[in-house]
Write a protein that binds this ligand. Structure first.
Ligand SMILES: C[S@@+](CC[C@H](N)C(=O)[O-])C[C@H]1O[C@@H](n2cnc3c(N)ncnc32)[C@H](O)[C@@H]1O
Length: 217
C-alpha cells in the first residue's frame, strides 16, 4: 500500500475521532480565518468549492447569493457538515460530498473560487491537490488558502520542524512552508499570489489568495 494511501486513511481515522468535538475546540480560534476567507471567495464569484470542508464551520460565513459545494475525505466530518447545513437552513450550500482533494470529480471550469481552509498542510501531495483545484477553476478565478504557513525561519521554524512528526498524529501540521505554495504557482506560471493576509491570532495563521491569470499553464 502506498504512503499516499496510508496517509489518506490516517486522516480519515484522525478526523473520525475529531468529528464529535471539533467545533467546540476550533470554532473560536478559526473564526477570523473562516470569516475573511468566505468574504474573499464571494468577491471572486458565486460558484465556490470548499476542499476539506470538515464539519462545515465556514459554511455559514459564505454570502447567501453564492452556491457552495464542499468536499472532505472524512465521512464523519461531512456528516456533521450536512447536519449543520440542514439545522441552520444554509440554502446556499448545494452539495457536501466525500471526496479526496487529489482526485476531484468535477468538470473543468466549474468554480469561480476554490477555498482550502486549514487543510493544505494535511494533504499528502499538496501540489497534486492544487493542480486539481486549478483544473476545476474558471479562468480568472481564485484559489484561497488559510493555514499555519510559516517561513521556517529562526527558533520558531526549528521547533515547528522538530514537532511535525508528533503533531501529524493528531491531525495538525507545523512544518508546511508558505514558499511551497508560491513555488507551485511560479512553476505553473498561470497563478500569482495576489494577497497574503495575517489572520487571528496575531498572524499565526495566514490567508493566501492565488489568482489565475487566464494564461495557459
Ligand atoms: C483541520 S480540518 C479543517 C476543516 C475545515 N476546513 C475548517 O476550517 O474547520 C482538516 C479537514 O481536511 C480533511 N482532509 C484531510 N485530507 C484530505 C484530503 N486528501 N481530501 C479532502 N479532505 C481532506 C479532513 O478530513 C478534515 O476534515
Amino acid at each position: 500500500m502506498s504512503e499516499f494511501r496510508n496517509r489518506a486513511e490516517d486522516q480519515q481515522k484522525i478526523y473520525q475521532r475529531w468529528a464529535p468535538v471539533y467545533d467546540r475546540v476550533y470554532r473560536g480560534i478559526l473564526r477570523d480565518g473562516h470569516r475573511k476567507l468566505a468574504a474573499l471567495a464571494a468577491a471572486a464569484g458565486t460558484d465556490i468549492l470548499e476542499i476539506g470542508v470538515g464539519t462545515g464551520l465556514t459554511l455559514g460565513h459564505y454570502r447567501r447569493h453564492c452556491r457552495v459545494t464542499g468536499i472532505d475525505i472524512s465521512e464523519h466530518m461531512i456528516a456533521r457538515a450536512r447536519e449543520k447545513a440542514k439545522r441552520e437552513k444554509l440554502e446556499h450550500v448545494q452539495a457536501l460530498e466525500v471526496m479526496d482533494a487529489h482526485a476531484l470529480s468535477f468538470a473543468e471550469n466549474s468554480f469561480d473560487a476554490v477555498c482550502l481552509p486549514f487543510v493544505i498542510t494535511l494533504i499528502p501531495e499538496p501540489e497534486r491537490a492544487l493542480d486539481e483545484c486549478a483544473r476545476v477553476l474558471r479562468p480568472g478565478g481564485e484559489i484561497i488558502l488559510a493555514s499555519k504557513l510559516g517561513d521556517g525561519a529562526g527558533l520558531q521554524g526549528a521547533i515547528e520542524t522538530a514537532v511535525a512528526p508528533l503533531v501529524r498524529h493528531i491531525g495538525w501540521s507545523s512544518a508546511f512552508r508558505l514558499h511551497r505554495i508560491i513555488a507551485w504557482a511560479e512553476r505553473r506560471g498561470d497563478f500569482a499570489a495576489a494577497e497574503i493576509l495575517p489572520v487571528f491570532p496575531n498572524g499565526f495563521f495566514k490567508i493566501v489568495r492565488l489568482k489565475q491569470s487566464g494564461l495557459a499553464a
